[in-house]
Design a protein around this ligand. Structure first.
Ligand SMILES: Cc1cc2nc3c(=O)[nH]c(=O)nc-3n(C[C@H](O)[C@H](O)[C@H](O)COP(=O)(O)O)c2cc1C
Length: 278
């Protein structure tokens, strides 16, 4: 554990309103690693052994799974031609190209449907929940993979932009009906040290008893200013369309990001995989 940087310090830096000096708080290595999480976008050449990758996959799959259904799979992309095809999709993302390991976390509702068939029972859950549960299960495994890697000093970065290339990824990984990519994942030993990112204050994201929007706008405004000061963006998104703003804030960046349609074909892709999303 890093002794110099405490969990209280990391949480305060991240949220600005995290509770401090709690008598029953634990300075565990696991908590420290979670508080210190940073996506890693720079890797050294040092390899990560195939066994270590599989062990991280095993740790990821120790995570909870809805109704014990285990509707998530991980595809380790080892084949150099396949890896080259993936890399070529992201010429502007050196952390994808340089990462020694690339994996894809998939939702898998196929296995359950096949089990129903083998056991001779109807599959009576052909609706949105089938897709949702598998997607959530994959997300939980992805998050646990990140935590396992973080606590071993490895770096990761989830890659949802693989879903910008659904048909290519689908074909490349041979994903059958009811198996779909949730996100890719880069893995390796960190090169340039990443920095802890800030999060919205708990005033905006943690509620007691009732969903409460009252503090929302003030909390976002405060976060915008703090983040622009502590972690300013290196560039502004699409200044030709939106102009430039000072300070350039998180909410401005996110609003610009979602002023552009993104992956509008995902519903059609999921339906094409056999899901009834109604
Ligand atoms: C499901 C998911 C998909 C993501 N996709 C991408 C991606 O395509 N490219 C990327 O560089 N980072 C991606 N990220 C990383 C986020 O950008 C990152 O978690 C966020 O900016 C917060 O930074 P931090 O993880 O360092 O705290 C993704 C994260 C998640 C959880």
């Amino acid at each position: 554990m890093q002794d110099t940087v405490t969990i209280d310090y990391l949480l305060q830096l991240r949220f600005d309103d995290a509770p401090q000096n709690i008598p029953d708080a634990l300075e565990t290595e696991a908590w420290h690693s979670i508080a210190n999480h940073q996506s890693c976008r720079s890797y050294t050449d040092k390899t990560v052994s195939a066994e270590l990758v599989r062990q991280l996959c095993a740790l990821a799959l120790c995570s909870p799974t809805k109704s014990d259904l285990q509707q998530r799979d991980i595809i380790i992309v080892e084949d150099s031609d396949k890896r080259a095809t993936i890399n070529a999709l992201f010429p502007g993302s050196p952390w994808i190209i340089d990462a020694p390991v690339f994996l894809v976390f998939c939702g898998n509702n196929r296995r359950l449907r096949q089990i129903n068939k083998r056991r001779g029972h109807p599959f009576a859950n052909d609706h949105l929940d089938a897709f949702f549960n598998a997607a959530v299960d994959a997300g939980i495994a992805l998050s646990t993979f990140v935590q396992a890697a973080d606590s071993a000093g490895l770096g990761t970065c989830p890659i949802s932009t693989i879903r910008d290339h659904l048909e290519i990824v689908n074909e490349l990984l041979g994903l059958p009906d009811w198996v779909f990519p949730v996100a890719g994942m880069t893995l390796g030993w960190p090169g340039r040290a990443p920095r802890v990112n800030l999060r919205l204050p708990l005033a905006a994201t943690v509620h007691t008893d009732t969903y409460d929007e009252e503090a929302q706008n003030a909390a976002i405004d405060a976060y915008d200013l703090r983040r622009a000061e502590v972690r300013p963006y290196g560039s502004q998104r699409d200044p030709d369309r939106f102009g430039t703003r000072e300070p350039y804030t998180w909410s401005e960046d996110k609003a610009r990001q979602y002023a552009e349609p993104q992956r509008t074909n995902f519903g059609a892709y999921a339906r094409n995989k056999g899901f009834d999303l109604s």
